[in-house]
Design a protein around this ligand. Structure first.
Ligand code: ZN
Length: 601
């Protein structure tokens, strides 16, 4: 195609389709959509609609429909390039100049695709030659069989200087083209032209249409440096704007509603083979802005999966800051940190796909990642340090260019600062279902402030805030909340005695967590002691060791407060009143209060 999709999209975005169609068809507004009588078939009542938001027109009578370009082609008989030129001129988009040289370059590109494809086939075949034994053993050692190698078109680049050059030359490919395709290094310093890749496992990299455009390659020699290399930039390949497995992942990502970004090729292969077809990886670099936009075209909240070590955290932090200026309503990132030392490949090998799902479902929203990186492991005990924290948070917010998103971040951070540092004691006037402060119990300020009444402006903004800031999608929020509750029940099972009533009516969607709840209630009802070690032994005997392992080593500070909070959040998510009695009390308290001028809505 002559013009890039990005350019065409820009023209569509700037075009007022309603006005354009309106020149020929009389349109009447109904809600957000304009309707008129179809110009393509005879009709008396309108079944032809035009939507500026979706940039489409459609007739429900004869089925004709399309975008602004299609409209001009269908109604003015223009060719596609003519339609593009006409609209571009109307909306002020400058088109790139198209010269005979461009034509030739485009022609050349096609042949470069063919050359890279020839190379891919060559490497694939070499993997199964005697010389590919070491590469096969490496892949086998990483848990990949022949089927996996075929699926991802893995290959082997032989040792020596010119195995590929010889192969391509024999097929009449010129030396210049081999170099232009990024497959050979030119002759220099008295050395002849030589293969770019040798003695490496080859990972072909496809473009958005699954055409191989480049290779990633892992060295087989233990001391080779660097361990991974990529093809250099060519006219087909720009490593900063493409993603490994993007074409394969796109449809799955749209279906799954999210896309997983792993760090390496092997991670992507392991994820896809474990059933996560919506996995991609950057190409040997940190995530770039171009890649971020590519990801957002498939899913609003891509999940970045990182190793939970210092390097992983650093990479996550960098990605988070890269994203800030580009955040817009509904579009963000989430972060899954695997246990220290694990990448998705090793994590799936050790723990299975189910455990990986949990990691992905409970991925941290961007806002929480930022809060944690600013606060975790930091001594914030002095006023100066807290002021410093507020300053850092403000700097983060200032980098967000979308004013609406920035506003929610500001309010979210304000609330976190308030909850963590400014509140001294639990708010008064809690309903009778709130735990009575037990002697010696610590109130560490981790209560939420009293919830606003449903329907009040406060309540609306806080619930919007929850969905915009705290987690992508209700399902994600629920999964995370349920995990929080599960951890609590594992760490402080005795809570089931005091809270048996709330626990009994709780509706948990994760089956294994619901089983945990059920078993715990049974134990409580049977009068057993709910001491942690005994309960854990009991659960292990019941075959729930894997569940326990999920929560190991996450002590909970104030189990009662956390329990109340988790239950009330879950009930709220399920659309149930968090506590009917408390609501009534709050209502009464409000109506008794003298009118302060804010309550008369
Ligand atoms: Zn029609």
């Amino acid at each position: 195609m002559r013009y890039g999709e990005g350019l065409l999209e820009e023209i569509r975005r700037r075009t007022d389709l309603v006005a354009l169609v309106g020149r020929r068809v009389k349109l009447v507004r109904k809600g957000r959509v304009m309707w008129g009588c179809c110009p393509f078939h005879a009709e008396k009542s309108p079944s032809f609609k035009v939507e500026n938001e979706r940039r489409l027109y459609k007739c429900f009578g004869c089925g004709k429909g399309g975008d602004a370009f299609k409209w001009l082609i269908e109604t003015e008989g223009l060719s596609f390039p003519e339609a593009v030129e006409k609209l571009a001129a109307e909306v002020g988009v400058e088109l790139p100049k198209w010269s005979p040289e461009d034509e030739e370059r485009e022609q050349k590109k096609k042949s470069l695709y063919d050359i890279v494809e020839l190379a891919a086939k060559f490497y694939e075949a070499q993997l199964f030659e005697p010389g590919g034994r070491e590469a096969r053993e490496y892949l086998k050692g990483r848990g990949l069989d022949g089927a996996a190698a075929k699926q991802f078109r893995l290959g082997y680049s032989p040792s020596g200087n010119n195995a590929l050059i010889a192969h391509l030359t024999a097929q009449n490919v010129t030396q210049d083209d081999i170099i232009a395709a990024g497959l050979a290094r030119p002759a220099e310093d008295g050395r002849p032209m030589r293969d770019f890749f040798y003695n490496r496992v080859m990972f072909p990299i496809g473009d958005g249409r699954s055409r191989i455009v480049a290779f990633g390659a892992r060295a087989l020699e233990a001391d080779a440096k660097p361990k991974y290399i990529n093809s250099g930039e060519t006219s087909l390949f720009s490593k900063g704007s493409q993603l490994y497995n993007f074409a394969g992942a796109r449809a799955a990502a749209i279906k799954a509603g999210t896309i997983i970004v792993a760090e390496g090729y092997m991670d992507v292969i392991a994820l896809v083979r474990a059933g996560f077809a919506h996995a991609v990886a950057p190409l040997g670099t940190a995530l770039t802005e171009d890649q971020l936009h590519l990801l957002w075209r498939t899913a609003p909240e891509p999940i970045l999966a990182f190793d939970g070590d210092a390097a992983g955290l650093k990479a996550a932090y960098r990605a988070a800051h890269l994203a800030l200026p580009h955040l817009k309503a509904g579009y963000s990132l989430r972060f899954a940190f695997l246990p220290d030392g694990e990448d998705p490949d090793s994590f799936i090998a050790h723990n299975g796909a189910g455990a990986m799902s949990v990691q992905l479902e409970t991925a941290l929203p961007l806002s929480q990642l930022l809060w944690r990186t600013e606060t975790e492991g930091k001594d914030l005990s002095t006023p100066e340090r807290r002021a410093g924290l507020e300053h850092s948070l403000k700097e983060i917010v200032d980098r967000i260019t979308d004013s609406k998103v920035a506003d929610y971040y500001r309010r979210g951070f304000d609330q976190l600062v308030f909850e963590n540092f400014k509140r001294r004691a639990p708010a008064p006037s809690r309903g009778p279902s709130r735990p009575v402060q037990r002697p010696g119990a610590k109130f560490r300020g981790d209560f939420k402030p009293p919830r606003p009444l449903p329907g009040s402006p406060e309540a609306v903004s806080s619930s919007v805030q929850t969905s915009a800031l705290v987690r992508g999608g209700q399902a994600g929020v629920r999964a995370a909340k349920e995990m929080e509750l599960g951890r609590l029940l594992v760490e402080s099972p005795e809570i089931a005695l005091a809270e048996a009533e709330s626990l009994a009516v709780l509706d948990l969607q994760d089956p294994s967590l619901d089983r945990l709840r059920h078993e715990l209630l049974n134990l409580a009802a049977s009068g057993s002691s709910l001491e942690k070690a005994g309960v854990q032994t009991h659960f292990t005997r019941k075959g729930m060791a894997e569940l326990l392992a999920r929560f190991a080593g996450h002590p909970v500070d104030d189990p009662h407060a956390s329990f109340q909070r988790a239950v009330s959040d879950l009930r709220e998510l399920a659309g149930q009143p968090t506590d009917a009695r408390r609501l009534l009390e709050r209502r009464k308290a409000l109506s008794d209060r003298p009118n302060d001028g804010r309550g008369n809505i």
